[in-house]
Design a protein around this ligand. Structure first.
Ligand SMILES: [Zn+2]
Length: 291
């Protein structure tokens, strides 16, 4: 579709005007051409008299905007700034924080925070629909575990499952890091029974499953564990540590990026397509107290 911009200059060349960004978003939203969201018809009239064009279905006359049904729906931030945010988010390292983005694209911290979380929400929706396949290797780990915290779970500690697939399944080579829900924890952390929860939710039924939880395993056999260490380093470097509230969204972002790298796919194109095909979330819903 389009190449990953290697630099901000290249980014500005290809995505420098609102018109070019609208055209790119249309490609992301309808990669195979117009598809009416109401009746599924594939032909339309383009109404170009407004700044943002409308597409009117020739069958049911429904009018669709390029941003409707996308992460950018309802946003007053120019699309140029959204695409720059995608560029920064998908650069190889170290990712982007809301503080950095707010200065880079000249928006408030709250706007930058919301943009990044809307993108993470799209990543989370896709992650929830994708199960690991092939040979799946699962280890346990903990986020924010203080040293010398003893045998029992520390109040700040967040137990996670970290899983990876075998590189032979190149097209689906992926990593998942999932916080274990509190109802699946024992006083000492992750126990063997909680593996069932992870497997049912995140692994295809016909996958070959190998789990080190509850087994004596040499460190070198914990194949997924290095990804957890990479995720923690990335979080500490980019965000200076995180609380539990939105941690899963950041872990999903890390897994999306590392998965793109493992599959040698273009993360900018992948994330732009994702944002062009995912529903959005409001600030209110993002900050609603966890139930
Ligand atoms: Zn229609």
């Amino acid at each position: 579709m389009f190449q990953m911009p290697q630099s901000l200059e290249q980014m500005n060349e290809e995505f420098g005007t609102e018109e070019s960004c609208i055209e790119h978003l249309i490609c992301c939203k309808w990669p195979n051409g117009f598809l009416c969201p109401r009746c599924g018809h594939t032909s339309c009239y383009r109404i170009a008299s407004r700044r943002m064009p409308l597409f009117q279905c020739t069958s049911c006359h429904y009018q669709a905007s390029p941003t409707s049904g996308t992460v950018m729906e309802g946003s007053r931030t120019p699309l140029c700034k959204w695409f720059v945010a995608l560029h920064y988010m998908t650069r190889p390292s170290p990712g982007t924080s809301a503080m950095f983005l707010s200065k880079a694209i000249k928006v408030t911290y709250k706007t930058a925070w919301l943009m990044l979380h809307k993108i993470r929400y799209a990543i989370g929706l896709q992650d929830a629909e994708t199960q690991l396949c092939g040979f799946v290797h699962v280890d346990k780990a903990s986020y924010a575990r203080p040293d010398l915290s003893g045998l029992f779970l520390h109040p700040r500690e967040v137990p996670v499952f970290v899983a990876t697939t075998s590189p032979e399944f190149e097209h689906a080579h992926a990593v998942k890091i999932k916080i274990v829900p509190k109802e699946w924890l024992s006083p000492t952390g992750i126990d063997r029974t909680s593996v069932t929860w992870f497997k049912e939710r995140h692994v295809q039924p016909d996958a070959t499953f190998f789990c080190t939880v509850g087994k004596y395993t040499h460190r070198t056999e914990k194949r997924a564990l290095p990804y957890h260490k990479m995720a923690v380093s990335w979080i500490n470097l980019t965000f200076r540590g995180l609380g539990r509230r939105h941690l899963q969204a950041y872990l999903n972002e890390f897994c999306f990026m590392i998965g793109s790298h493992l599959r040698q796919s273009n993360p900018f194109e992948s994330i732009a397509r994702l944002c062009g095909s995912s529903r959005t979330i409001t600030y209110r819903n993002l900050t609603r107290p966890a139930s």
